[in-house]
Design a protein around this ligand. Sequence first.
Ligand code: CP
Ligand code: NVA
Length: 300
Amino acid sequence: MSTRHFLTLLDLSSEELEQLIQRAIELKRMRREGESYEPMKNRVLGMIFEKSSTRTRVSFEAGMAQFGGSAIFLSSRDTQLGRGEPIEDSARVLSSMVDVVMIRTFAHENVERFAKYSSAPVINALTDDYHPCQLLADVQTYVEHRGSIRGKTVAWIGDGNNMCHSYMNAALRFGFHLNIATPEGYEPKAEMVAQTASNITLMHDPVAAAQDADLIVTDVWASMGQEEESDTRNDVFQNYQVNTALMSHAKKDALFMHCLPAHRGEEVAAEVIDGDQSVVWDEAENRLHAQKALLEFLLQ
Ligand code: CP
Ligand code: NVA
């Protein structure tokens, strides 16, 4: 069988993704109950990071350790990849030594090139265009709190960024509708809009997007690599803060999610992220369980 990769959510079918979420919930229960499960003895995960991370690194590394395997942290600062060794060469070499590779980088094309030459499964741990691992955790969190997300309305408020693109793919695969409210000029990429058109509505008004939503989601206004645009973006996104006033337009039992790290007082008010409707801590923890389910799926 050819090697399966996880570069975007579209690499898995709806059925595979639904099963993966159920498995994540099961793995979480097993860990809570102290059940030892080590299916990955002698298995090694290579983790390439060209951008910062807290949750992604710790969840993958802890997950492999809990599975009885191990993980190697590879920073671009001290690998030959960072000094210009071709991605194709690095992919052939690394995948001959480890069982699975995880990459966080800038251009999405870089993970595609790596995957093309890798004999081991490759996981996208965030690129400028997508963050599919986060969506596994987000959907798991929704399911745990409210049941199936199929047929629900989700509101994306803010930047049409990597997280937004992965929410669009999730809408398609998990069968929910996504209202996307961005400032003009910050919409998601046109080809991704075309691909997911049946499940999304683009808007500029955050109140209209939040109307009767079951889940409200936001993310930073300036992503990693956009630090120089921060001041401009802070002005442009002023009216896109998720606060109590905006939450009041959603359903009474709507949840709030944010992939973190968050900036209180910018994209989200403290009263929301630290309030009753916020499930951000479960969402962060679920990175561990969802990615363990993903590792198991790719290595089975
Ligand atoms: N949400 C997320 O991916 O967090 P890190 O950047 O800390 O990995
Ligand atoms: N959009 C953010 C997500 C961080 C997890 C970024 O790319 O920086």
